[in-house]
Design a binder for this molecule. Structure first.
Ligand code: NAD
Length: 300
């Protein structure tokens, strides 16, 4: 059964995900502060909405795919927000990467109004969103997870129930801490190699078949002309933005602080992404963290 879906936040990820739902014959209403992708999706058969509230009003399931915690709080709880549009019994699925504590507090407010909620952040990037191959990490009651599984399978390829509400976000933060530190170290190591005179293509051919091989090396190596296709070939067009990785590293740091756990590597990588952002690369792909290393490396 294809249930009517409201989709709030149709940027890099949300636009492709909403389109995949349309292709699977879900009736989809879309809303974004930016009218451009809403208009594009209208041409593919989605219904445009002018507020988050009206986007939610005919939906049985509302999906949010927004940058971070404050955006989710504004779109769901704020004026003309999703919560004012949703009817009792309907379902909110937040697929953004946000603070698990905010997820839990939003879910309590949703429950008080008679609605149900899952958190379901994703991994797999813009390509995974386009090809509906995303990994989806879901938190919330098992029956609700099962009820929503067909929707997840329309936009993703690897759907995992991670536990109670907020646990999808916890697992996502763990993944992105690993990805962020790995992105930073690939950039740092290659910068040293290049500075010492090694060819990036030769380094890639060796490292990709050695113990240093990892996802960031193989998909977003920050040097042009090495991978078959990479953001570096396209002036670091995002992709997954520097500022989003910076946000995810700060989510890892704040989770660690709350738990009394160390987060040494998260904080170093966070600083480095911060330098790239301050240099003007915040909206470029995370591999533009290389620009921070360029700026910090002795010239000559
Ligand atoms: P994006 O910035 O491209 O898209 C977010 C969209 O939300 C924008 O179009 C923006 O206009 C809209 N928006 C912001 N506030 C709004 C509001 N109050 N009401 C309606 N629309 C609003 O970001 P993205 O890359 O699509 O990422 C979305 C989420 O997915 C983030 O949490 C990110 O961390 C996560 N994520 C992204 C990737 C990736 O590769 N881009 C991969 C995995 C997870």
């Amino acid at each position: 059964m294809t249930r009517p879906i409201g989709f709030v936040g149709v940027g890099t990820m949300g636009k492709s995900m909403a389109l995949n739902l349309v292709k699977r014959h879900y009736p989809v209403t879309v809303y974004d502060l930016n009218p451009e992708p809403v208009e594009e999706l209208r041409e593919f058969g989605a219904e445009p909405a002018t507020t988050a509230q009206s986007c939610a009003s005919n939906a049985e399931v509302v999906i949010t795919m927004l940058p971070s915690s404050p955006h989710v709080e504004a779109a769901v709880l704020g004026a003309d927000g999703v919560l004012d549009g949703m009817r009792p019994g309907t379902i909110l699925i937040d697929m953004s990467t946000i603070d698990p504590l905010v997820t839990r507090s939003v879910s309590e407010k949703v429950a008080r109004r008679g609605m149900r909620m899952l958190d379901a952040p994703v991994s797999g990037g813009a390509v995974g969103a386009r090809d509906a191959t995303l990994t989806i990490m879901v938190g919330g009651p098992t029956e609700l997870f099962e009820e929503c599984k067909p929707i997840f399978e329309a936009v993703g390829g690897n759907v995992v129930h991670c536990g109670e509400i907020g646990m999808g976000e916890v697992v996502k933060v763990v993944n992105n801490l690993i990805a962020g530190v790995s992105m930073a170290v690939v950039a740092e190591a290659f910068n040293i190699g290049v500075k010492a005179g090694a060819d990036p293509k030769i380094m890639y051919d060796v490292v990709s078949k050695s113990s240093g091989s990892c996802w960031t090396l193989n998909h977003v190596l920050p040097y042009p002309g090495v991978l078959p296709e990479s953001p570096a070939d396209n002036d670091y067009a995002a992709g997954f933005m520097v500022d989003l990785m910076r946000k995810d590293l700060s989510l890892a740091m704040s989770a660690a602080k709350g738990l009394g756990a160390p987060a040494f590597l998260a904080s170093v990588a966070h600083e480095l992404f911060g330098v790239a952002s301050n240099l003007g690369y915040g909206r470029r792909d995370m591999s533009a963290v290389k620009k921070a290393l360029d700026a910090l490396t002795a010239q000559g």
